[in-house]
Write a protein of this length. Structure first.
Length: 107
């Protein structure tokens, strides 16, 4: 995927950084604007309710809701990277939530 400021040529993501981004995908999927976009575009249902815990991470959802979220995630990355990038742009989501755990955050 090409980030703003990168040229459009092929690029490689180092394994560790790629894992960090992959680990953040469920958190990005849980952003309210992303949930609205995925439900509207895919027709897939969202989770029944948010967990009681404040951070509401993927692991805090019920097993049934985690299954729904994984189905949504599979849909979202199903036509990689077009569908993912298109939906993120449409919903106004920047790359920051994907790279938040990287130090330093790539420019």
């Amino acid at each position: 995927m090409v980030w703003p400021g990168q040229d459009a040529g092929p690029s490689e993501v180092p394994a560790l950084e790629g894992f960090d981004v992959l680990h953040q995908l469920p958190a990005v999927l849980l952003l309210p604007e992303v949930q609205r976009g995925v439900v509207a575009a895919s027709g897939l249902p969202g989770p029944g309710r948010r967990p009681d815990r404040r951070n509401g991470s993927f692991e805090d959802f019920s097993l049934a809701d985690r299954r729904l979220l994984l189905t949504q995630l599979a849909w979202l990355i199903g036509e990689w990277p077009g569908r993912f990038v298109g939906l993120m742009r449409l919903q106004g989501v920047t790359r920051r939530p994907l790279v938040i755990n990287m130090s330093p955050i790539p420019e």
